[in-house]
Design a protein around this ligand. Structure first.
Ligand SMILES: [Zn+2]
Ligand SMILES: [Zn+2]
Length: 290
C-alpha cells in the first residue's frame, strides 16, 4: 500500500442535497486524503430561490462554510467559487434572462470572487470557461468573456483559476492559451491557471505551455497517465455530492484507493505519486506539505 498522501485537485460538496463537506472530508482523510480543492456549485444546486446576484453571494457564503467544515476535519483546502459556463444557458433558458444581462451578472460575480481572493477569504476563481456541449454561439461568447475577466484577476491578484472548457483536445489548450496571452498572464502566474477535467494528452500540452491541469481520477485514465505521462498534473474526483445527479464522477476516497492500487501493481512509483499529490499542490497553492 502506497504511503503518499492523496490530493483531490477539483471536487464539489453539497450540504443541501448531498452529505456535505465534513462527512466527505472525514471519509477522504481515512482513505489517505490530505488536500481538496473545493469548488462551489450553482445557486439552483443548493435549492436557493433564484434572486440574481444575491443568490451567488449567498451560495458563496454556504461554500465558504463548507470549506471551513472540511478544514475542521483536518484537510487542507483551497476554496474556489465562480460562474460556471453552463450557468449562462440555465439563466437564459430557465430564468429567461437576456444574454447581455447574463454577461453583466457573470462579470459581477467573478469580480466579487476576485475581491474575496484578494482578501484571502477564497483561494481562486472557478469554474469559469466555455460550455463543453453544443449551444448558441452568443452564449459561448458570453462564457468566454467571463473567462477573460477571471484571467485578468489572475494576472492582477494572483488568483488560482479552474477552467472548464470544451473537449477539443490540444486545440482547446492552444486556443485558450492565446486568450491567456492576450490578457497577459505570464511566468509563474500561468501555473496557477488550471485546465480542469482534461484528457492526459491535454494535460501534457498544458504543462508544456506553463499551465496546471487536473485529470479525472478514473482507473482507465490514471492507468494511461501513470504509464505515459510525466508527473505534471493533479488528479481530481469532480465529485458533485448530489444523489440526483450521478454522472461521470468518482468518489474522492475511490480516487485515492485507485491510485494506491495502481501503485501497488507497479504502474507508478512512490515518488511519482508524491509528485502529483503533494509537490504539484504545494507549488501552485502555496501551502505547507503534510
Ligand atoms: Zn467542470
Ligand atoms: Zn467541477
Amino acid at each position: 500500500m502506497s504511503r503518499a498522501p492523496i490530493a483531490d485537485g477539483h471536487g464539489h460538496t453539497n450540504p443541501v442535497r448531498g452529505v456535505g463537506a465534513a462527512r466527505i472530508a472525514r471519509r477522504f482523510k481515512e482513505a489517505g486524503g490530505w488536500f481538496q480543492a473545493l469548488v462551489a456549485l450553482s445557486p439552483w444546486h443548493y435549492a436557493l430561490e433564484f434572486r440574481g446576484y444575491d443568490s451567488y453571494v449567498e451560495l458563496i457564503d454556504i461554500h465558504i462554510r463548507e470549506c471551513k467544515a472540511a478544514e475542521d476535519e483536518g484537510l487542507k483546502v483551497a476554496c474556489i467559487a465562480g460562474f460556471h459556463p453552463a450557468d449562462v444557458d440555465h439563466l437564459i433558458d430557465r430564468y429567461h434572462m437576456k444574454p447581455v444581462e447574463v454577461l453583466k451578472l457573470g462579470l459581477r460575480v467573478v469580480d466579487y470572487v476576485a475581491k474575496l481572493c484578494s482578501e484571502g477569504v477564497l483561494d481562486g476563481i472557478g469554474e469559469v470557461g466555455r460550455q463543453h456541449y453544443k449551444t448558441m454561439p452568443e452564449r459561448v461568447v458570453i462564457a468566454n468573456l467571463i473567462l477573460e475577466r477571471a484571467l485578468e484577476h489572475a494576472r492582477d491578484n494572483g488568483c488560482v483559476v479552474h477552467m472548464h472548457l470544451e473537449n477539443a483536445g490540444t486545440d482547446t489548450v492552444d486556443l485558450t492559451s492565446m486568450a491567456v496571452d492576450r490578457v497577459g498572464v505570464g511566468g509563474e502566474m500561468r501555473s496557477r491557471i488550471f485546465f480542469h477535467h482534461v484528457k492526459p494528452v491535454m494535460a501534457a500540452r498544458a504543462y508544456e505551455l506553463g499551465y496546471s491541469s487536473t485529470i479525472p481520477g478514473l482507473a482507465r485514465i490514471l492507468e494511461y497517465a501513470f504509464t505515459r505521462l510525466d508527473p505534471v498534473y493533479i488528479v481530481e474526483s469532480d465529485y458533485i455530492d448530489d444523489p440526483a445527479r450521478p454522472g461521470a464522477v468518482v468518489y474522492p476516497w475511490e480516487m485515492a484507493s485507485t491510485q494506491q492500487r495502481l501503485a501497488s501493481k507497479g504502474l507508478a512509483s512512490e515518488e511519482y505519486l508524491y509528485r502529483i499529490n503533494v509537490d504539484n499542490v504545494v507549488k501552485v497553492y502555496g501551502i505547507e506539505p503534510p
